[in-house]
Design a protein around this ligand. Structure first.
Ligand code: SAM
Ligand code: SF4
Length: 472
């Protein structure tokens, strides 16, 4: 009888005593990043610990995004690599160092959309969990472990109150305030993968933020696809009301026990009310930053995109924002090559980017997606033209960002230090309220502290400076 035939017990194989390990691969936006943190929290409650890499894990989750087609390609190549690891393990009959079989789960937007199809296409997948069924992880894993075969749960039952998320960042934390989106922009798959809007209560949101402060977090980002359409399901309070309530709660809490800043992401221009601008202007705890995706600088294209605002109304919103919140940081998303986009439409987009002068922006080539109304339009901008427009737009974006960064020279900014700099361990890095990245000389003791920084130089995506006065 060889080793593989003997029953393995913790006496014959001490590795059976170790905790099972998980590894999570996340694709997509901040909402997916936070969903992965929630999965990690659930797994740690189930007795798992984090693995360094997929090949050391007993359970791998691939948390997917389907906003662009390329994201789907990435999923299936990732699953191909996991299949190889799984095949090697099963050929070896499980490794001495690895007592359990590798279990593979697919979660997130593609999981919600494709469900069982994923298992048909890649049989090494053991389970699929949709965007609204995160809380079912433990029972799904239990069913796979019990030998019930591949499991699929894409039920439509949002559960916001899951056990604590497992966050790797110790300073800045995401807080979900809503799921889904009602907007049906003609290019966007999100309403069909994340469902219609469901809101978390103000009381639960405030509780989570209070708890984060007590655990040493200094910044919270309220997350949703369209946060400014949030409404309290219990009282009907609107989003500016929520910011006011959070501000009241924070100011009534001793400063050492509370988060110092609250951000929010993403805001739709059609729902940017004067009340929201006033809330940003009035409440010191609300960050001076707004991500306001414009998508295009052409009214004709905006109409086809079903965005419900015009370039002119958007420009007026930006003017009001800058008047009421003078140091506001403004970022955006832009799609190039939407069906029917002419050279003139594209020129209008370039003109808008130059005039508005964004601090940061994210640009994408249009990618036709299933279940979207834009599918009925011919995808008539060639891949070469899309690519050329993207590169030109990014060039203009860099110019605008450089000019903007140059305007910071000699100014003083309040920065929340959140990490070591990516370039050197002699520097730390943080963000201004307007969301600019600032690097400065300093060490570990500054992480999590607010500091005043005089800006002395800048690079393409960050500012550099030196601390003045004492950290807070
Ligand atoms: N909810 C946000 C909003 O209102 O703009 C955006 C969420 S979406 C996940 C992030 C960005 O992806 C969008 O702003 C858009 O620029 C881009 N996007 C969405 N669908 C796309 C598509 N089919 N092709 C290219 N880019 C797309
Ligand atoms: Fe997609 Fe539009 Fe909803 Fe944003 S607002 S998630 S772009 S449908």
């Amino acid at each position: 009888m060889n080793d593989l035939d003997s029953p393995r017990t913790s006496e014959t194989d001490p590795t059976l005593l170790r905790k099972p390990r998980y590894w999570i691969k996340t694709f997509g936006c901040q909402m997916n990043v936070h969903d992965s943190e929630i999965y990690a929290g659930l797994l740690s409650g189930m007795g798992y610990e984090a693995a360094e890499q997929a090949s050391d894990a007993d359970l791998v989750l691939v948390n997917t995004c389907s906003v662009r087609e390329r994201a789907e390609d990435k999923l299936f190549s990732q699953l191909g690599r996991l299949r190889q690891i799984k095949d090697v393990l099963s050929r070896e009959g499980g490794r001495a160092s690895k007592p359990r079989e590798l279990m593979v789960g697919v979660t997130g937007c593609i999981a919600q959309q494709r469900g069982e199809e994923i298992i048909d296409r890649q049989p090494s997948v053991d389970f699929v969990i949709g965007t609204r069924a995160i809380h079912s992880l433990e029972s799904v894993v239990g069913q796979v472990e019990a030998g019930l075969g591949p499991q699929v749960n894409i039920e439509d039952q949002v559960e916001f109150e899951t056990p604590d998320a497992y966050r790797t960042d110790r300073v800045r934390a995401f807080v979900t305030i809503m799921e889904g989106c009602n907007n049906y922009c003609s290019f966007c798959i999100v309403p069909s993968t994340r469902g219609l809007e469901v809101y978390r209560s103000a009381a639960a949101i405030a509780d989570e933020i209070r708890g984060l402060g007590l655990r040493g977090y200094r910044e919270a980002t309220l997350l949703g696809q369209n946060v400014n359409s949030w409404v309290d399901p219990d009282t009907g309070m609107d989003f500016p009301g929520l910011l006011a309530a959070i501000d009241d709660m924070l100011r009534a809490t001793p400063s050492a026990q509370r988060v110092a800043r609250v951000r929010f992401l993403t805001s739709h221009p059609k729902d940017l009310s004067p009340r929201l601008i006033e809330a940003m202007a009035e409440h010191r705890t609300v960050a001076n930053h707004i991500h306001l995706p414009v998508q295009s600088g052409s009214d004709r294209i905006l109409h086809q995109m079903n965005r419900h605002y015009t370039v002119d109304s958007y420009r007026r919103q930006v003017e009001t924002l800058r008047r009421r919140v003078p140091e506001v940081g403004l970022s955006t998303d832009i799609i190039v090559g939407f069906p029917g986009e002419t050279e003139t439409d594209f020129e209008c987009t370039l003109g808008l980017v130059r005039d508005v002068g964004y601090d940061a922006f994210y640009s994408f080539e249009y990618s036709p997606r299933p279940d979207t109304t834009a599918l009925k339009y011919e995808d008539d901008v060639s891949p070469e033209v899309k690519r050329a427009r993207l590169l030109e737009l990014q060039g203009v974006g860099r110019e605008v960002q450089q000019q903007h960064n140059a305007s910071w020279l000699g100014r003083r900014a309040e920065v929340l230090v959140d990490s070591f700099s990516k370039r050197t361990v002699d520097d730390v890095s943080g963000r201004t309220s307007s969301n600019h990245i600032v690097n400065m000389p300093g060490g570990q003791s500054l992480i999590g502290r607010l500091v005043d920084v005089d800006i002395t130089s800048y690079a393409a995506h960050s500012l550099y400076g030196r601390i003045v006065g004492d950290p807070r």
